[in-house]
Ligand binder design. Structure first.
Ligand SMILES: Nc1nc2c(ncn2[C@@H]2O[C@H](COP(=O)(O)OP(=O)(O)OP(=O)(O)O)[C@@H](O)[C@H]2O)c(=O)[nH]1
Ligand SMILES: [Mg+2]
Length: 326
């Protein structure tokens, strides 16, 4: 296979800018593997990013996220909009196999040069999911994609890391997603910007709609009321309406000046999330590699050393942070 060794920081960056598919595929693989070349390329490309609109698509397993993205891609392609799709699987360090379903669902678009689709694990990542997603988004953005969909399965903290960079967050539910409805109700799950209730061909879809509607009615403070759309992804039903609501949310953010603010907060949050994840990995490695640090943990366990003294000594040794007596 030609290519692998041929790419340099310069040629790969130029290839991505041109929207060259091989360059894009290579760059995202390097991102996925946490390869140093990817950092250089993204660093070079970063000043010319900010064009792409990032739409996060989250929700429980099997609700139809990939099917909906596929239908949305078909819809926006009809308007000449170029698209990137990144499906992130938080449960798997490897992208192959686990995301077979995504590949099948999205395969209609593989031959369309205006669409770039990629499933991603997070192997080799010091900065976790947040890092992999952010870097992949930036690559697709630099390649000139107008819209980038970020798909991830809703699984607690992990989906927050993936969709934390999105301009608009769509939560996909289906009849039977009771746990998510409870999580919304209890305030455990953040209120998304748009909600799609998919599989509307299912008889319980309307009940679900009413339930979600009554929960959202309790939230009177915000100036954006998340619209709820019934969809049937497999037949494209409700998909133009869903896209219309995503566009309406974007217009709302732009007109109120909140898009800049949201992006500033998102980027700051991502930088913090990646830095935290890297610091944590560094700390774990340091402790497991250092008998002296491991000894501290043993002493805590034997009640010879109190926990906060151990914390202080570890931070001092690993990060050279003097946390004083606090
Ligand atoms: N009846 C019906 N089935 C649907 C609909 N949308 C998707 N499906 C089916 O639901 C199954 C899961 O769809 P996916 O699009 O893979 O769902 P997903 O949320 O991406 O799944 P994961 O990525 O594995 O979490 C597939 O068998 C789809 O064909 C719908 O509107 N109605
Ligand atoms: Mg999927």
């Amino acid at each position: 296979m030609a290519g692998r060794r041929d790419w340099t920081r310069e040629t790969l960056g130029a290839g991505v800018r041109d929207g060259d598919r091989r360059a894009l595929a290579r760059a995202i693989t390097l991102v996925e593997n946490g390869d140093p070349l990817a950092y250089g390329v993204v660093a070079d490309l970063y000043p010319s990013t900010g064009h792409a609109y990032a739409v996060g698509i989250t929700g429980p397993p099997g609700v139809g996220k990939s099917s909906l993205i596929s239908a949305l891609v078909r819809h926006v392609r009809a308007q000449e909009t170029t698209v990137g799709v990144v499906s992130v699987d938080p449960s798997s360090p490897f992208s192959k196999g686990a995301l077979l379903g995504d590949r099948i669902r999205l395969s209609d678009h593989f031959l369309d040069p205006g669409v770039f689709i990629r499933s991603m694990g997070t192997r080799g990542h010091l900065g976790g999911l947040a890092e992999a997603t952010l870097q992949a988004l930036l690559v697709l953005d630099a390649a000139g994609k107008d819209v980038v969909f970020l798909e991830t399965v809703g699984a607690g903290q992990s989906e927050v890391e993936v969709i934390g960079i999105a301009d608009t967050v769509v939560l996909v539910l289906m009849p039977g997603s009771g746990d998510s409805v409870q999580a919304l109700k209890a305030g455990i799950m953040e209120i998304p910007d748009v909600i799609a209730i998919n599989k509307m061909d299912h008889p319980a879809a309307r009940t679900m709609l009413n339930e979600v509607r009554s929960i959202l009615a309790l939230d009177r403070d915000s100036d954006w009321r998340p619209p709820i759309i019934l969809t049937e992804a497999t037949r494209g039903e409700g998909v133009p309406e869903l896209w219309e609501k995503i566009a309406a949310h974007r217009a709302h953010l732009e007109e109120s000046g909140q898009l800049d603010e949201r992006r500033r907060n998102n980027l700051a949050g991502e930088v913090f999330a990646v830095a935290s994840a890297r610091a944590k990995t560094h700390l774990e490695n340091a402790v497991s590699d250092d008998p002296e640090l491991r000894r501290l943990l043993d002493e805590v366990q034997r009640r010879e050393l109190d926990p906060l003294t151990a914390v202080r000594e570890i931070l001092e040794k690993v990060f050279h942070i003097d946390s004083g007596t606090r």
